[in-house]
Design a binder for this molecule. Structure first.
Ligand SMILES: NC(=O)c1ccc[n+]([C@@H]2O[C@H](COP(=O)([O-])OP(=O)(O)OC[C@H]3O[C@@H](n4cnc5c(N)ncnc54)[C@H](O)[C@@H]3O)[C@@H](O)[C@H]2O)c1
Ligand SMILES: Nc1nc(=O)c(N)c(NC[C@H](O)[C@H](O)[C@H](O)COP(=O)(O)O)[nH]1
Length: 820
């Protein structure tokens, strides 16, 4: 009976632990024998944070397995909201990423998969995959690489060796405008999906009748088989954009729009050269949000697959990138670039890349009386407070005169998660991704709280992005370094905050437009059903917020941190993908269920094990793990290598030719385009599949396979995100601890919740605030189903009464009379 040692201190685990931990994973997630072991890749926390400005917002929660019925709810509402968005926000975030040699080539030949990235950049690629909803490759790459197209990033538990869960798997997309995909040759892709280690692919074809309409019965039959094969593993076909010939490229706008409509909010485009060159041409550059290129110190020599976009105007560069970052990754270097976008409010360009993701250590309360005044700048009418006991739910600004540790003018967004839950209950229609875990009576209170917290984090991340874009970082010639953002705290009352602030007083004001935008973008893409809830929030933004806040705020001062608070980096926002609130998603029903059911357990534990299902922490308890065989499995030696080499190459086999590559025979008769050849490389000869010299070329491959380099991913240790600290919400026993995705949590009783002091919002008496919260509380705890419109009506009514009360107080009347 072997059991694993407890997770050790920072540093790479000893090899035996590594394999044992992986073995645990494999045993818990058995897979068909034809899937090669999937060795997890890792990337240090520092590297992850460094990449943050170039990454898309958190993963979409609207992504589902199987083909969505776009003509039915909730997709129709979702589409309506997409259309209402700013055009630039309608399309998914596009990250173009690839690895190239010093002579701008990405492969020795179109039919060959050539390893260019080193071990460090493999971690980068899989981390990027974990942060995108989809990965797109062209048909030429699908043919040459027989790719798995899943994310093989190492989850931080199990000594860093568990692969990310299904929810973090991106959706593979095969861009095949002319319908030449030989899906039967992409065995790995389907095996991986069948095993539940990746999602089912989208076959993306063009809407051009020439390609869309099958020419004969045989072709019709081929199409159906292909579609069925995709459907079997949760994939489907999408038709988008016109296409005539390779040189003219595809219609990216139509393609990206179609993807957005299917719930894809970010897509990582990995190549090959035809796809890359097409995207990099001038007319399409606007669709690229981030560009992340690995440059390997090697020359592939003439005849390879070249990245060099077609030049639109002879006497001008096709693209000049500003503000790039060069990041050394071992022997490689990575260039990261993020395109500037138009400012949402005043049209100034604001560089997202400049947003500094330093956590602001602080604590905002806002719940108590004037002497303990912590949030008196602008606060919402307390009608929005719901059962959350604090004073600033929804949106508010600190004035920093208390001990909240936040700079003046920090915008606080705090979706009252208890109200979200209430709204979901009231709607009585489970939202596809979150309400099932929230409403499900079998969900333990801890898990329920955890899920809500994760959901709220998603909202907050989106809000953060919107707000940071709406600031004016470049005003007065500043470069935007002054922006600080992101502070998330949650307590037993399930309140979460985001804080976005600026070091400069004149930038501390935020307008209502910004606030609305923030809430809108925070909530809309996450779940359309909450739109009514969003309205409530937006309505509640006080009129005063229309004016720049600086007029209302006293002088700026960074207040002292809370006594006893640890002001250190341990409280920064985690950028780990598993800290982001991707919804729990099951592999498609036809996938062999190798990912154990995770009904209520985001840690990937099996729900059949009630101990695990109840307590997420127990999945990391080694004593719970199954016993292990004595034998330590070694990584499989990959054949096809130079003698003496070991499987340390992150890209697997260096293939001198793809077993599937059949340059011409694969092509449909009548289609003459050179599918497998890059089309825009003016200066280089058209690459052809290499025959004789290939093996020589591989001998000069600088990667070799260094037998000394360790295949072991580094152990990334857990980090305390937030330390247990007495709540100031009238319940000194309440504490919450978040330690790398785990947390301890005690919830105050309902009576305690209701027994909270009044808010400190100027103009609102404590009694009114208390009454109001109590009122909403009883509404919630009675569990009476209330329709969303009714909920909103009641809240508006509450707000109206409170506003009246405020006016009368301002008019010099005695305060203290709460709503009845
Ligand atoms: N180093 C890397 O990062 C990297 C990444 C991906 C692929 N690759 C390599 O690139 C090679 C494949 O490149 P490729 O250019 O032959 O294939 P590709 O993947 O770009 O696919 C090209 C084919 O897909 C279709 N297509 C897709 N998008 C198109 C567009 N925008 N415009 C026109 N046609 C489009 C056409 O049928 C075209 O023939 C392979 O050797 C692969 O290993 C390298
Ligand atoms: N970053 C990177 N470095 C390389 O050296 C290399 N050859 C690729 N290539 C990209 C790759 O060709 C396609 O993205 C695959 O198709 C992905 O396939 P996997 O899921 O890894 O099997 N990418």
């Amino acid at each position: 009976m072997g059991s694993l040692p407890p997770p050790g201190p920072p540093g790479p685990p000893p090899p035996a632990t590594h394999y044992l931990a992986h073995e645990v994973h494999c045993r818990q997630h058995p897979r068909p024998r034809d899937i090669e072991p999937q060795w997890p890749a890792t990337l240090s926390r520092e590297r992850q944070i460094e990449l943050e400005p170039y990454l898309p917002p958190p993963r979409a929660t609207f992504l589902q397995e199987g083909e969505p019925d776009l003509d039915k709810e909730p997709w129709t509402t979702y589409r309506a909201h997409l259309n209402a968005l700013d055009p630039e926000d309608r399309l998914p975030h596009v990250t173009l990423t690839y690895a190239q040699s010093l002579d701008s080539q990405i492969s020795l030949s179109p039919g060959i998969r050539t390893t260019l990235s080193g071990p460090d950049t493999k971690g980068l690629t899989h981390y990027l995959r974990s942060r995108h909803d989809a990965i797109l490759i062209g048909i030429g790459t699908a043919r040459a690489d027989d790719p798995g197209l899943n994310c093989r990033f190492g989850y931080n538990s199990f000594n860093g060796l568990q692969l990310v869960d299904f929810a973090h798997q991106p959706k593979p997309i095969i861009l095949d405008p002319s319908k030449t995909w030989r899906d039967d040759l992409n065995k790995r892709l389907f095996d991986v999906a069948k095993a539940g280690l990746g999602r089912g692919p989208i076959w993306l074809i063009s809407s051009t009748p020439l390609f869309l309409e099958p020419k004969d019965e045989l072709e019709q039959e081929e199409d159906n088989i292909r579609i069925d094969r995709c459907r079997d593993v949760g994939g489907y076909r999408v038709v988008a954009g016109e296409y005539s010939r390779t040189q003219d490229g595809v219609e990216w706008e139509a393609i990206l729009t179609a993807l957005a409509e299917h719930g894809i909010r970010s897509v990582m485009i990995e190549g090959g050269a035809t796809v890359i060159n097409d995207l990099l041409r001038e007319r399409n550059q606007k669709f690229i949000n981030s560009l992340i290129v690995t440059i390997a110190p090697t020359y592939l020599g003439t005849g390879g697959v070249v990245v060099s976009p077609f030049r639109s105007v002879t006497e001008r560069n096709e693209a000049i990138l500003e503000d790039v970052k060069w990041l050394p990754y071992g022997k490689d270097v990575v260039m990261a670039y993020r395109r500037k976008r138009q400012n949402l409010v005043n049209g100034n360009g604001s560089s997202y890349g400049e947003v500094v993701l330093n956590g602001i250590n602080g604590y905002h309360d806002g719940s108590s009386d004037q002497s303990d005044d912590q949030s008196t700048g602008i606060a919402l009418p307390p009608g929005l407070n719901g059962v959350s006991n604090g004073g600033t739910n929804g949106i508010g600004l600190t004035n920093g005169n208390g001990m909240n540790g936040l700079p003046n003018g920090t915008l606080l967004l705090s979706p009252p998660v208890s109200e979200i839950e209430n709204t979901l209950l009231a709607l009585r229609t489970p939202s596809p991704h979150i309400s099932e875990t929230i409403i499900n009576p079998d969900t333990s209170p801890d898990m329920k709280a955890y899920n809500i917290l994760m959901w709220a984090r998603g909202c907050l991340d989106k809000a953060k992005e919107a707000v940071s874009q709406a600031f004016v970082p470049e005003r007065d010639g500043r470069d935007g370094d002054n922006l600080q953002s992101t502070f998330i705290r949650s307590d037993t009352n399930m309140k979460s905050y985001i804080a976005i602030s600026s070091d400069f007083p004149e930038e501390q004001g935020v307008s209502q437009v910004v606030a609305e935008q923030a809430i809108y973008s925070a909530t809309i893409p996450i779940d359309m059903r909450l739109r009514d809830h969003v309205e409530v929030l937006v309505d509640a933004v006080p009129k005063a917020a229309k004016n720049p806040m600086r007029d209302l705020l006293p002088s700026r001062r960074r207040p002292d941190p809370l006594p006893g608070s640890e002001e250190n980096s341990s409280q920064r926002l985690s950028t780990n993908p598993w800290d982001n609130p991707v919804p729990r998603v099951e592999p498609h029903r036809n996938a062999k269920r190798i990912v154990a059911r995770t009904d209520t357990n985001p840690w990937g534990g099996s729900s059949s094990n009630s101990a695990l299902a109840k307590d997420p922490r127990s999945t990391t308890d080694p004593s719970q793990w199954p016993s292990l065989p004595k034998a330590t499995p070694k990584p499989k030696l990959i054949t096809n290598r130079r003698p003496g080499s070991t499987a340390t190459n992150p890209w697997g086999t260096v293939q001198t030719s793809s077993p599937n590559f059949k340059p011409d025979t694969n092509r449909r008769p009548g289609l003459s385009e050179a599918n497998s050849q890059p089309s825009f490389s003016n200066s280089s000869p058209s690459p052809k599949p290499v025959k004789g010299p290939r093996s020589r070329a591989m001998e000069t491959n600088p990667w070799g396979n260094d037998p000394n380099s360790s295949p072991l991913p580094k152990l990334v240790t857990g980090r305390r995100l937030d330390s247990g600290r007495p709540s100031t919400y009238g319940n000194p026993e309440s504490t919450m601890e978040v330690i790398q995705g785990q947390f301890e949590f005690t919830t105050p009783s309902k009576e305690e919740k209701g027994d909270v002091k009044g808010g400190s919002t100027p103009g609102f008496s404590s009694k009114s605030a208390t009454n109001c919260r109590t009122g909403t509380l009883s509404m919630e705890t009675q569990g009476t189903p209330i329709s969303a419109p009714e909920l909103i009506r009641r809240q508006r009514e509450l707000n109206r009464r409170l506003n009246e009360e405020k006016s009368s107080e301002n008019a010099g009347l005695t305060s203290g009379a709460g709503p009845t």
